[in-house]
Design a protein around this ligand. Structure first.
Ligand code: PBG
Length: 337
């Protein structure tokens, strides 16, 4: 046999390791597992409520009595955690139900922990769902006032911890809130309760469907004076660094898909667990296209979640958690991109 030495350098044959699913599995660099997921839940007052959210097909408003069933399903699917959002019975200028011990989120925490002690129950700490004007902080003289919001956010965090929340997740984007919440938790003897900070949270149009789901659209203005400006990435690193200095245990980038560069930069710069929020608009977009037959839903969802993992997320908060966990336990070749 003669050796052909005319191709110099020889062709780099990348295809050699792509020839079978077994080989592809062996050289796969990133793994996606149900362990990575946090499933957001919208909890509401009432009895036997399981009402589909029109802008988010497949996601529901659930009353307390429906939560145990949800916990059981998540356990079967291997999804370890939920993130709770509440729809209060009434809203007011001080967002009182956010920090009421009998508030909807506090009740939901107790219900879920009673149903399954092993489920990690995270709570979103914010005022937008609870204030009549729909902003994440308190309004004083027509402005979202930073420092007077910190007290109410801290009270909210402590009331969640008192109800038994495992992780407190402030999403309001007020400056100094991680420090304020950390010290309030410590004072309340909750020094073991971790904080997952929505550190780099952008003023994004991708939250559209959520604002219908959580009835939290601002009644005047927008959130650009407190959420981050989308063009900025260096500022995201400073936000994250500050939250770590203030005591965050987990830091987050939100949204995920249009901000994978931010995630990747955060992964390179920080060693804390990093979460990414695959937000409502990212979910609804894929579902709408899949319903029209324009995209293969399961393949696209797993490809998106994998990209978030590859960019550097340890934790993915996603409305796809249940369906993705189901698809991952099927034959991987069926849904692989
Ligand atoms: C509350 C909050 C929002 C989301 C999570 N927490 C909405 C917002 O900031 O307007 C968005 C989640 C999503 O779109 O899935 N501040």
């Amino acid at each position: 046999m003669t050796v052909d030495i005319t191709t110099n350098p020889p062709i780099e044959r990348f295809r050699r390791l792509r020839g079978s699913e077994g080989l592809r599995r062996l050289v796969r660099e990133t793994a996606l597992r149900p362990d990575d997921f946090v499933y957001p839940l919208f909890v509401t007052h009432g009895q036997n409520v399981r009402e589909e959210i029109p802008s988010m097909p497949g996601q529901y408003h659930l009353s307390l009595d429906r939560l145990a069933g949800e916990a059981e399903e998540l356990r079967e699917l291997g999804v370890p955690a939920v993130l709770l959002f509440g729809l209060p019975a009434a809203k007011d200028e001080q967002g009182s139900e956010a920090y009421a011990d009998g508030g909807i989120v506090q009740e939901a925490v107790r219900t879920l922990k009673a149903a399954d002690r092993g489920l990690v129950v995270m709570t979103d700490v914010c005022l937008c769902e609870y204030t009549s004007y729909g902003h994440c902080g308190v309004v004083v003289d027509g402005e979202i006032d930073n420092d007077s919001s910190l007290d109410l956010l801290s009270r909210t965090a402590v009331s969640h911890a008192r109800a038994g929340a495992d992780v407190i997740a402030p999403s309001d984007m007020m400056d100094g809130r991680v420090a304020a919440i950390r010290s309030a938790l410590d004072d309340g003897n909750f020094d073991s309760t971790p904080i997952m900070a929505y550190s780099a949270k952008y003023a994004s149009a991708f939250y559209g469907p959520f604002r219908e789901a959580a009835d939290s659209a601002p009644q005047f203005g927008d959130r650009r004076s407190y959420q981050m400006d989308p063009p900025n990435v260096r500022e995201a690193l400073r936000e994250i660094e500050t939250d770590i200095a203030e005591g965050a245990d987990i830091v987050m980038v939100k949204p995920a898909l249009a901000y994978l560069d931010v995630l990747s930069r955060a992964r390179q710069s920080f060693d804390l667990p990093l979460a990414a929020y695959n937000v409502s608009g990212e979910y609804s977009m894929v579902h709408a296209a899949a319903r029209n037959g324009w995209l293969d839903g399961s393949r696209v969802v797993l490809e998106i979640l994998m990209s978030i993992k590859r960019a550097g997320a340890d934790i993915i908060i996603t409305y796809h958690a249940k369906e993705a966990a189901r698809w991952l336990s099927d034959d991987p070749a069926e849904h692989s991109a």
